[in-house]
Design a protein around this ligand. Structure first.
Ligand code: NFS
Length: 676
């Protein structure tokens, strides 16, 4: 491998990415350099050659009809009182930016919720016993969610309360769940799982979702030319659809996945490209729905497949994951994380990826082009997500013949092991992780049976050892340095005693940096948080799963409210949300349901409404009066973290618990002074 320095020089000449400027992660830097050495183009190089459209970035380009696109950039001498910018139909910059923004919510909510629907359909097959592969694995979780879907778990017989038959409950839960996408009347049932004050606020604001699909469809209707032309009213629908995602589609996805595949409990694994093994068949699983990956994990561990791999000259089968599927199979099976969204091409550049199997979402089409430079087979599996490249193989996955499909995919990877060409180069970097936290396990680790389940966590927040809670989530974005925002924000938070709940690519980034281990508490945390983590034996950054599992953060926050002492609503909590490197529409939907749930939420990278300052002010200021949560934007990771910490401190002050923290800190400095 050529020296990184030489490659950097060469990169400058031919307009390629500088690997060190592109990522903070050494393994990623090495593989970007390796790709360049081999003449393989990646997203990092396209970041140099392909510039984003400035007007699109500002959110003020409208292409919702063929009289446009109407482009309304923010003028240099912008004067709010005399802003006469208009599209052909007269749509103002605010209308255009709001339309574009809520269309992003629609895209994100649709992606999460359609994923949830697929899971619900598989759940229905399992409940009807149409398949042997999928079964109800976690009955306790089923019994826990049934009442929230209006399904009784007991029955009165002759004046006696008896448990209902579990199969009957499963069937009714499946029906009730599927109904949530398209019922004719009523409201999304899980909205009632929010704290009562929040539910009442949504009712007052008129944003209780009716059913999941309807709210998404209505966004498309309202943003059609000549319909809704009031940014406040457009956002009302944006909020309603986002709630239908967070407290509907995503929450159902998480719950039904837990019932089918098991609720995660903490386990140990590893993260980064270094988990791939040269002498084994590397099958990389990429995408989002665990419906397929669960079966692949099971099949790949069978003696039949391992023997077959050995027959073909490999020592065994190494599974690993990319993107949110990685988080799903990590949290339930300990399958190691291969990398984040931005590392998908690089896993192939190792030359050791025998097959990459993908389902839906966050899959770059360029993996097919990269794979063509190596021996790697790209296997698409979902009817809604195929690739035009003839080099890709489509094996359509169906729950009714899941094992056969999984076997075909695993065998295909094994058969391809012998076809590796050229030198294999797997970076050494990998870090140990503890993952698989959830509402239940946080309760177990931090809770007590005394005075409410989340009492110990609340107690530690009230006494100031834990300053507050940060939910740090979301994508990577090649327009900013890979993982830098994620890691700096999280490190700054835990250094200042803010415990972090993480999902998605942020969780993978934290894993790669060693922040998901209990040992990291001593190294990176402020004294209060370090003490709690060391006493309880948990990492300061808790891995709560994939992006649909952001619903776990909503429910954990609700449990904190219920445990008492920290106000009546999520908006009272010393808590804040963040997506430092977001890029997908899903991230906007997530951000919007965090805000609608009362969380102050800061985004990094870019913000897609900068061309419409009045509308942006609505998001960044006025929304707080309506929902107790609001959006904010900060590129600089340290300032980004401090916006969150300052918000947390203001909530502590409002709760009257700011003094407690002063005392804890004084004790510590006094101790230090004594020791000194
Ligand atoms: Ni969520 Fe972004 Fe994709 Fe997962 Fe990663 S990019 S919004 S974090 S993998 S969904």
């Amino acid at each position: 491998m050529a020296e990184v320095k030489e490659i950097k020089k060469a990169a400058k000449k031919v307009k390629k990415a500088d690997p060190v400027a592109a990522s903070i992660d050494v393994a990623t830097q090495q593989m970007i350099a390796r790709a360049q050495e081999l003449g393989v183009e990646t997203v990092f190089d396209r970041n140099i050659t392909l510039k984003p459209c400035n007007i699109g970035n500002q959110g003020t380009c409208c292409k919702n009809c063929s009289m446009g696109p109407c482009r309304l950039p923010l003028p240099k001498d912008y004067d709010e009182a005399n802003d006469n910018r208009k599209g052909m139909c007269g749509a103002t910059a605010n209308t255009i930016a709001a339309r574009n923004f809520i269309r992003m919510v629609a895209g994100g909510a649709a992606a999460h919720s359609d994923h949830g629907r697929s899971v619900a359909e598989v759940f229905m097959s399992a409940a009807r016993k149409e398949t042997d592969v999928y079964k109800i694995k976690d009955e306790a979780k089923l019994l826990q969610i049934a009442p929230a879907l209006g399904v009784a778990i007991t029955v009165e017989v002759d004046g006696e309360t008896q448990d209902r038959d579990i199969d009957e409950i499963a069937l009714e839960v499946a029906e009730a769940a599927l109904n949530e996408w398209g019922k004719a009347e009523g409201e999304v049932l899980y909205a009632k799982r929010a704290p009562e004050a929040r539910y009442e606020l949504w009712k007052k604001q008129g944003v209780l979702p009716r059913n999941i699909d309807r709210e998404i469809v209505e966004i498309m209707h309202r943003t059609h030319i000549g319909v809704d032309q009031d940014y406040r009213n457009l956002m009302k629908q944006g909020v309603r659809a986002a709630i239908a995602d967070g407290w509907g589609g995503s929450m159902l996805a998480t719950d039904l996945q837990d019932v089918l595949f098991g609720t995660p409990y903490p386990l140990v694994s590893e993260a980064n490209l270094g988990v791939m093994k040269e002498d084994m068949v590397n099958l990389v699983i990429h995408g989002h729905e665990p419906v397929l990956s669960e079966v692949i994990v099971e099949v790949a561990q069978t003696k039949e497949m391992i023997d077959y791999a050995k027959e073909k000259g490999a020592k065994g089968i190494q599974l690993s994951g990319i993107c949110c599927t990685a988080n799903e199979i990590l949290q339930r099976h300990g399958v190691p994380l291969c990398g984040t969204f931005l590392q998908q091409e690089l896993a192939i550049v190792t030359g050791a990826c025998d097959a990459m199997v993908v389902d839906i979402q966050c899959i770059m089409q360029n993996i097919a082009a990269v794979a063509e430079c190596f021996h790697t087979k790209i296997v698409t599996t979902h009817p809604i997500a195929r690739m035009e490249q003839q080099s890709t193989i489509h094996i359509e996955f169906d729950e009714h013949h899941a094992v056969e499909d999984a076997k075909r995919i695993v065998k295909l990877a094994i058969d391809n092991f012998a076809n590796r060409k050229g030198e294999v180069m797997i970076p050494k970097q990998k870090a140990p992780v503890v993952a698989g936290f959830g509402v239940e396990s946080v309760e177990y680790h931090l809770g007590g049976t005394f005075r409410g389940n989340y009492y110990t966590l609340n107690d530690n927040i009230i006494n100031g050892r834990i300053r507050g809670i940060g939910g740090v989530v979301g994508c990577n974005n090649a327009r900013v340095r890979h993982n830098e925002g994620h890691i700096e924000v999280v490190k700054e938070l835990i250094k200042n005693d803010v415990i972090v709940l993480t999902t998605g690519c942020n969780a993978i980034a934290c894993g790669m940096e060693g922040l998901l281990t209990p040992e990291s508490a001593k190294v990176f945390c402020g004294p209060g948080l370090a003490e709690v983590c060391e006493t309880v034996g948990i990492p300061p950054v808790l891995h709560l799963g994939s992006c649909v599992d952001n619903s776990r953060i909503l429910l954990a926050a609700t449990e904190v409210v219920k445990a008492g002492g920290l106000g009546n609503d999520i908006s009272d909590l010393p808590a804040a949300g963040s997506a430092p490197e977001w890029m997908s529409e899903k991230a906007i939907s997530i951000g919007q349901y965090f805000v609608a749930s009362g969380v102050y939420t800061v985004f990094g990278a870019v913000f897609p409404t900068e061309g419409a300052p009045v509308f942006q002010r609505f998001l960044f200021e006025e929304m707080e009066q309506m929902y107790g949560g609001m959006w904010d934007f900060e590129k600089d990771p340290i300032k980004h973290a401090w916006k969150m910490i300052n918000h947390i401190d203001s909530k502590r002050q409002a709760l009257g618990i700011d003094k407690a923290r002063d005392r804890v800190m004084m004790d510590f400095s006094m101790r230090q002074a004594l020791e000194g």
